[in-house]
Design a protein. Structure first.
Length: 488
């Protein structure tokens, strides 16, 4: 590990201590000014500096111990800052609950009957949340600045690879796009003539070359087991991180559980990481937030409805489109219509597809103008669109009616994307895995490449999501979705 990784990780400990300690005092000053509760005036309660300092010291040490015990002061720097921040907030909430109970149950024993006002505790929690996120983001900016200016070195990666450049181009580009990594060499028995990466293989100098790198990333190789074991042993000797690119079965193997068939121990490969209770919780979250967002965006939806009506009153303002999911169950997906009604496919309106001129015209446009490979399509300079489409499609406003789909349980806020029946007819067997759960409003591929992904890449994202679902992953996708919309 590098010295700067150690320094940046150590800095977090006193930084967290300072932020928590002074959050108490900031919270007290805010409480003296206002209770922040509209239409209610509460009697002003405060606490002296000496007593407040004791509470602040206790909570600061408590939080640092909790964070350290859950390995969130790891020396190894992660590229996932959202995950780090969400984990910090999670354990901060645990510390908040523990401290609140502890402070009031033990106040006579430890604090000599000194009581800290409840609003000060609540304000401290809120203030710390913002200050801690800000401090982590500032540290991240400093790290990226130092990496860009080459003041601190990037993590040097050695690839073990026997594939051609076009087969691993996506992996190479993805690593290069990360600010903390740099690919220095690749090794293999034969040179694969990769243009952008230097080839190295000399069994006699292998040990010497490994001492100059930080990580080994295994993609594929023609080394035998003995040679691979030798590389692995060198990595352990020189504390070099060793990782490998997974395939779909490797991802599935992570989602396993040891079970019994009578007395025989067997490995159960789960179809989805989401268990029954999490399904219930996810559904409750879907219902709650769909109602909140319907209320919040209702004025905007009325405005868009009126604009569509004014431009093209010949058809419905909210268009329904056939989509399918598990067991080929068909449902109607709702969107604001941004195509002229005469060009809208009407199979959801009891029109025979063989007689639908709009369907034949779309097939012609896909053949002539699509920028993506079938079964996905994106028609460039689509002549069917109305004038308002630029506004509603740019900010994904056309998808707001899908909140009603979520409410009636056709869809979820975050899942794989909904698929058209005519697309599914062309899917390979493994690609049909994406139909095993309810479709989305936003999903993993949308925030990782969006329209630049091939269909196969989309499927890989969806299957990864299905096999590795977590509440944290949902939050990460949600925040990335909001960020991508705001950047447009």
């Amino acid at each position: 590990m590098k010295k700067y990784e150690i320094i940046l990780s150590i800095i977090k400990i006193p930084l967290d201590f300072i932020v928590i300690f002074f959050s108490f005092f900031i919270a007290r000053e805010i409480r003296l000014i206002t209770d922040l509760i509209p239409w209610i005036i509460l009697p002003t309660q405060t606490i002296n500096d000496h007593s407040l300092a004791k509470f602040a010291l206790f909570w600061s040490f408590l939080y640092i111990i909790i964070i350290a015990s859950h390995k969130l002061y790891q020396i190894k720097i992660s590229n996932s800052k959202i995950k780090e921040i969400l984990e910090l907030i999670r354990y901060w909430f645990y510390a908040f609950i523990f401290f609140s109970v502890f402070a009031y149950l033990w106040k006579w024993f430890i604090y000599e009957k000194t009581e800290i006002p409840r609003l000060i505790i609540l304000y401290t929690f809120i203030i710390w949340t913002f200050l801690n996120i800000a401090s982590r983001l500032i540290l991240n900016k400093i790290q990226n600045y130092l990496l860009d200016k080459k003041i601190i070195p990037k993590t040097k990666i050695l690839l073990i690879n026997n594939k051609k450049e076009r087969e691993i181009q996506e992996i190479i580009d993805d690593i290069k796009n990360a600010s903390i990594y740099k690919i220095v060499w690749y090794i293999n028995k034969k040179d694969k003539n990769l243009e952008k990466i230097n080839y190295f293989w000399n069994d006699n100098n292998l040990e010497k070359i490994l001492q100059w790198i930080d990580e080994v990333l295994f993609i594929d190789s023609d080394f035998n087991n003995e040679e691979l074991f030798k590389i692995w042993e060198y990595c352990k000797i020189y504390w070099i991180r060793y990782r490998y690119i997974t395939n779909l079965f490797d991802l599935t193997k992570l989602n396993t559980e040891l079970t019994l068939i009578n007395n025989i121990p067997v490995i159960d490969i789960k179809n989805i990481a989401l268990d029954n209770w999490w399904r219930v919780i996810k559904r409750i979250i879907d219902v709650f937030w769909s109602i909140v967002w319907i209320i919040l965006f209702f004025p905007l939806m009325i405005f868009v409805w009126i604009m569509i009506k004014m431009e093209d009153p010949s058809g419905p303002m909210i268009y329904k489109n056939k989509r399918t999911w598990q067991k080929w169950i068909v449902f109607f997906l709702y969107k604001f219509r941004y195509l002229k009604w005469k060009y809208c496919i009407k199979d959801s309106y009891w029109i025979d597809p063989n007689e639908d001129e709009a369907l034949n015209y779309e097939k012609q446009l896909i053949k002539e103008r699509s920028s993506r490979q079938w079964p996905l399509y994106k028609i460039k300079n689509d002549p069917r669109k109305t004038k308002i489409w630029k506004f509603i499609e740019k900010y994904s406003i056309d998808e707001l009616p899908q909140l009603f789909n979520v409410l009636i349980w056709n869809m979820s806020l975050i899942w794989p994307r909904p698929h058209q029946p005519r697309e599914v007819d062309n899917y390979e067997l493994y690609q049909k895995r994406v139909l095993t759960i309810k479709p989305w409003i936003t999903w993993m591929a949308q925030v990782n490449g969006r329209e630049t992904n091939s269909f196969d890449e989309e499927v890989k994202f969806d299957i990864f999501y299905i096999e590795n679902w977590s509440f944290l992953l949902d939050l990460k996708i949600l925040f990335k979705t909001i960020g991508s919309i705001l950047k447009r």
